[in-house]
Structure formats: C-alpha cells, structure tokens
Design a protein around this ligand. Structure first.
Ligand code: C2E
Ligand code: MG
Ligand code: MG
Ligand code: MG
Length: 277
C-alpha cells in the first residue's frame, strides 16, 4: 500500500520546471533523511566464473525506498546525490554496510569470496578516501583483498591530482580496482597500460548486441584478448541469454554477471540462491 502510494508520488514527478524544482528539493531532503535514517540499503548481484560456474564475487548495488517517493532507482538518486553533494556520504554508508554484510557472511560461513562497490568521481577527489577504506576494513576485520572498487574510465583518468594519488594509494594498499562500463568511455590504450587496474567490466551494451552484428562479436573478442595479455580479469555485465554466455565462455571471458544468473538480490535471498545451487 505504501509502495503503491509511493509509486504514484514518484510518477507525479512532472517535467514542468516549477514542479520539477520543487520535487527535486523534496527528493534531496528525502535522500538526506535516508542517509542518516537507514532508508538506503544494498542488493548484491552474483558474479560467476564462466568456465566452472563457481562464485567469483558479488557487486553491491545501492537501493533506496522512500516512504513518500517509493522505490527510487539508482539512475535517479546517484546523479542527484552527486549534484547535491551527498555522494561522498552515500559512498561512506555503502562501504560500511557492504563491509558489515561481508563480515557477517564470513562469520556465518556463507561463502562469498569478495564484494565489489561502485564509486563516483567525488570519492576519488576526496583526500580522505584511502584512510576511510583502511578504517572501514579494519573496523569490520576485513582485508583489502575482500573488496574491489569499481570506477568508470572517466573517473580514474581524471587529471585531478588527488584522484591520481588516491588511485595509487588504493593500489598500494592492495585493494583491487575494476574499470566499470568499459568500452563506453574514451580511454586511450596507452593509459590502460599505466593504470593499476585488475579488472575490466565490459559494458552491457556490448553484451546486448552480441549476435546482432559481427562487429560487436569481434570487438568483445578483442577486449577479452587484450585483458588476457595485460593480465586483467574480464567481467561481462548484463548477460541475459544463454547464447551470450556461451559466446563469452568460448572466447575466454573469465567472469559473467547478469539476469541470466541472478538479479541484484537482498542478502537473505542471495543466501537462498547460493544454497539452492
Ligand atoms: P553499474 O555499476 O554498471 O551496475 C550494473 C547495473 O546493471 C545495475 O543497475 C544492475 O542491476 C544492472 N544489471 C545487471 N545485470 C543486468 C542484466 O542482465 N540486464 C540489465 N538490463 N541490467 C542488468 P542498477 O542497480 O540500477 O545501478 C545502475 C548504476 O547506478 C550502476 O551501474 C552504478 O553506476 C550506479 N550505482 C549503483 N549503486 C551505486 C553505489 O552504491 N554508488 C555509486 N556511486 N553508484 C552506484
Ligand atoms: Mg558497477
Ligand atoms: Mg557497469
Ligand atoms: Mg556504472
């Protein structure tokens, strides 16, 4: 019932500028409340090894349910948080919750190898990021190898000096970095050579178009080979169909993630999913 009301309220979000500005302020205030009051939570999507189907890790994805606005998708609240200066706080909440959850799984013997987290560019420009990561890991008795940080190409290729220091510090601390939505940015291959990343996440638009035209297949194959020769783990995002998984496995892609295996799941549902395999 609350959900139905929330959904209506959300759809009411009209393109009219006045209303837009008003709704936006209300949404911003609601997000602020969620960050301090717990309306923000995480779902986890499994990532599987394509050769033997074993679990490689899970990606934590932020979810927000507001009493008035209902379920607000990340495509709305992440840009909002970035624009109104709440993203660094949101990242802190996500990092802490993901680490708390992983530590809880470890204690209860739930076999989750590691958790990937998404960051935004303001995190990389925040000089306290490495200390925050170290502190959060220590507080939950985890090690740097327990988490992977996901960033897009544009985030880490930012010329901002703090970004470069942070990328180096994260790497030096032993935390893995993954390039998210790989292939949609403008990374020069030369840069990739010097960037301390350990994972490439092939953007789901390439996976979607697999089998639709020959060029996509050739491109995906080229990225997998490049990853192989640079010693990077290649993760394919957005696998929805068996043919896509077969193509990727045949071409040596290491890891797959997508609705074919599981949607992002609440922690207890993920545990059931694992138990049922
Ligand atoms: P992303 O990091 O590239 O995450 C993958 C997105 O693809 C997720 O959308 C996931 O639900 C969706 N997805 C996974 N498998 C499939 C599939 O087979 N088909 C389709 N159509 N979609 C699939 P979601 O959860 O809506 O998140 C969207 C974006 O919001 C994320 O893209 C990420 O950039 C951002 N985001 C989510 N959580 C956080 C967060 O905690 N912090 C930050 N900074 N950004 C976040
Ligand atoms: Mg991601
Ligand atoms: Mg992505
Ligand atoms: Mg993304």
């Amino acid at each position: 019932q609350a959900k139905a009301a929330g959904r209506n309220a959300y759809e009411f979000f009209s393109p009219e500028m006045n209303r837009y500005a008003h709704e936006r302020m209300a949404l911003e205030a609601a997000l602020r409340d969620a960050l301090s009051g717990g309306g923000l939570y995480l779902h986890y999507q499994p990532q599987l090894r394509l050769d033997d189907n074993r679990l490689y890790g899970v990606e934590a994805l932020a979810r927000w349910r507001d009493p008035h606005f209902g379920d607000v998708p990340p495509s709305h609240f992440i840009p909002l948080a970035e624009e109104c200066g709440l993203i660094v706080e949101l990242g802190r909440v996500v990092l802490d919750e993901a680490c708390r959850q992983l530590a809880d799984w470890r204690r209860r013997g739930v076999p989750i190898p590691s958790v990937s987290l998404n960051l935004s560019s303001p995190h990389f420009r925040d000089p306290t990021l490495p200390a925050l990561i170290a502190d959060t890991l220590a507080r939950h008795c985890l090690t740097p190898r327990d988490i992977t940080l996901e960033a897009t190409e544009s985030m880490v290729m930012d010329a901002h000096p703090i970004t470069q220091e942070n990328v180096a510090a994260i790497h030096a601390a032993g935390v893995h970095l993954a390039l998210d939505d790989f292939g949609t940015g403008y990374s020069s291959l030369g840069y990739l050579r010097s960037l301390p990343v350990s994972e490439l996440k092939l953007d789901r638009s390439f996976i979607r178009d697999l089998g639709r035209d020959d060029k996509t297949g050739a491109l995906v194959d080229a990225v997998i080979r490049m990853g192989e020769s640079l010693n990077l783990t290649v993760v394919a995002e957005g696998i929805e169909r068996q043919e896509q998984a077969r193509f990727l496995a045949r071409h040596g892609c290491h890891i797959g993630q997508g609705y074919l295996y599981a949607r992002p799941l609440a922690p207890d549902t993920l545990e059931q999913w694992l138990a049922g395999r």
